[in-house]
Design a protein around this ligand. Structure first.
Ligand code: ADP
Ligand code: MG
Length: 453
């Protein structure tokens, strides 16, 4: 494979793992050169492009090139034209257009991938989402400060950054600053270390930076606990901005009243505006988040597999996304078709235990079809003849009973039926089992056939 083809193929592979914006920003302008010693040199358009791609995507590049090139390559990074001075980063070609939201977002410390467009709203985050979008439309007006709290991996960082990204899109002239409370602390420490600045005052640079914000977004504020000087600076920053009706948004892993080692005058300010918590997503929201991710990335993941992952991973959205990726990469690496069985195998590793029985849906369906002498399409189809309705309901019951697959996924599997239909079928069969009917005998027989395989 020549260098152009190799890099093109690798870029396609890389593209599968990224959303459009970072892909376009970082990869689209690159080229590659293959050296005699099997080093693939990625040629970037400028120094900033080179730094970022290397810092953020080195291992993804390594594995993608190896995969499409079918052997190991060394990867190196170069810049096409002489590297510009680092202090002029903002003027490098990548960021020349001031109107380009990526530019402003990056300068504000925001990751452009965190947008409202790819944030899925559900019961668990409804209030926080509504307030966040409203703030993004009219910063500094109605909800100030806005305090978001939730457990880890439930979307705080995504939401607070979505506010920043949208504001920059709609109001490019506003100054948005996104930082974590650790960044904030670092800036305090740095200012102290530097001592008095040119104007003869301590902390002046620090204050200039934060007090020019129209929108100040501080993520994970809980880490200011026990840091007195940081708390003091935050207190003054807060007051200065608040008085000028500048928007302040904070996130935390707990509500203000649960803080320890944070001064009362600060926590009471956190509480003075509006607060919203976010809960763990329920099954429907988890499935919706994964479906959206699949569609965005153009992954070929069937709904029933997505539903299966959403059913198994209930902890938080970050782990949910991790499981999704695990299922996808496992199937790709092993050349498996992406079905519930291959997902089961992939997730066994994650949960550290066998997550489901060994019978699979297809085996159950086939056994039922053999038993009643009908075709799979009769069960998956729409016809409501008696000779199909019963086997269909038996299938619903056995799939639920033997694999604990969620109703929604069974519905998807059986020709796109609604989960309430599946639930009804399962209940009906449970009723039959309490009687001495022929159906009860059928179910017992079919179970025996299923386990004879
Ligand atoms: P936190 O900051 O609360 O720990 P993050 O914002 O980092 O959580 O979210 C973890 C991951 O889950 C991120 O990749 C984020 O994009 C994703 N995520 C969380 N909630 C949602 C949601 N409602 N819709 C889409 N993606 C979400
Ligand atoms: Mg976070």
């Amino acid at each position: 494979m020549d260098e152009t083809k190799l890099w093109e193929a690798a870029q396609i592979e890389i593209g599968l793992h990224l959303t459009e914006l970072p892909f376009k920003t970082w990869f689209a302008p690159t080229k590659a050169r293959l050296k005699p010693d099997d080093t693939l040199e990625i040629i970037c358009i400028n120094n900033y492009n080179r730094q970022q791609i290397k810092k953020m995507y080195d291992s993804l590049i390594q594995t993608s090139v190896e995969k499409v090139g079918k052997k190991k390559y060394k990867i190196s990074y170069a810049v096409e034209t002489p590297a510009p001075d680092n202090s002029k980063v903002a003027e490098t070609p990548l960021f020349k257009e001031a109107t380009n939201p990526t530019t402003a977002a990056e300068r504000a410390g925001l990751n452009p991938k965190y947008t409202f467009e790819n944030y899925i709203m559900g019961g668990a985050n409804q209030l926080a989402y509504a307030i966040a979008t409203s703030i993004a439309d009219k910063p500094g007006r109605d909800y100030n400060p806005f305090f978001i709290y939730s457990g880890v991996g439930l979307g705080k960082t995504h939401l607070i950054q979505a506010i920043g990204n949208r504001i920059l899109n709609h109001y490019p002239n506003l100054t948005v600053i996104y930082c974590t409370s650790e960044d904030f602390t670092n800036d305090v420490v740095e200012s102290i270390r530097k001592g008095k600045d040119a104007s003869g005052q301590n902390m002046e640079t620090f204050r200039k930076k934060y007090r020019k914000a129209d929108v100040l977004l501080i993520d994970d504020i809980q880490f200011i606990a026990g840091k007195e000087k940081t708390q003091e600076e935050l207190f003054h920053t807060f007051n200065a901005l608040y008085q000028k009706q500048k928007q302040i948004v904070l996130t935390s892993d707990r509500p203000p009243e649960a803080f320890k080692n944070i001064e009362e005058r600060i926590t009471s300010r956190f509480k003075s505006g509006i607060m919203a918590d976010m809960q763990k997503p329920d099954f429907e929201l988890r499935a919706a988040i994964l479906r959206a991710k699949r569609d965005r990335n153009h992954d070929e993941m069937p709904n029933e597999v997505i539903d299966y992952i959403a059913e198994i991973i209930q902890t938080n959205t970050r782990e949910l996304e991790g499981a999704y990726l695990q299922v996808l990469t496992n199937a790709r690496a092993n050349g498996d078709t992406l079905d519930v069985q291959s997902a089961q195998r992939a997730l066994t590793g994650i949960t550290g235990q066998k997550v489901r029985g060994t019978v699979n849906l297809n085996h159950i369906l086939q056994t039922i079809c053999n038993y009643y002498s009908i075709k799979q399409s009769d069960i998956k189809g729409k016809r409501r003849n008696k000779e199909f309705v019963l086997p269909r309901q038996v299938a619903m019951y056995l799939m639920h009973d033997l694999t604990q697959t969620p109703y929604m996924s069974i519905g998807d599997y059986l020709g796109g039926r609604d989960h309430t239909t599946v639930m009804h079928g399962v209940r009906k069969m449970e009723g039959e089992l309490k009687t001495a009917s022929q159906t009860k005998q059928d179910i017992t027989n079919i179970k025996n056939f299923i386990y004879q395989k």
